[in-house]
Ligand binder design. Sequence first.
Ligand SMILES: [Cu+2]
Length: 114
Amino acid sequence: MALIVTILGIALICGIFWFFFMIPSDTLEPTDKIIVSGGYHPKTVVVKSGVETTLTFLRTDQNSCLEEIVIPDFGIKEFLPLNEGVLITVKPPKEGLYDMHCGMNMFHGTIKAL
Ligand SMILES: [Cu+2]
């Protein structure tokens, strides 16, 4: 009986470890936060190519010009509510610079994939 409890205990601990540490290796956890206020800060975000990266966009600027974020290369077009973080996942296929801009193409930022 004691042995079964011990084995179950070990299995449980392994399960917890697996849950927290065995996240798929090509996924980076939420990472770069981009403040959207009078433009994009930072203006250039560096990510790894071929890897899924989740970016958090937080708009703190009332200017409705900035309420939409467009990343044409990844077919992304998202509404950014004021003061609410929006998660956007990108996976650049190769190294390079990828443009991101507001809905009216006035403010620009860059995703740099290494
Ligand atoms: Cu705009």
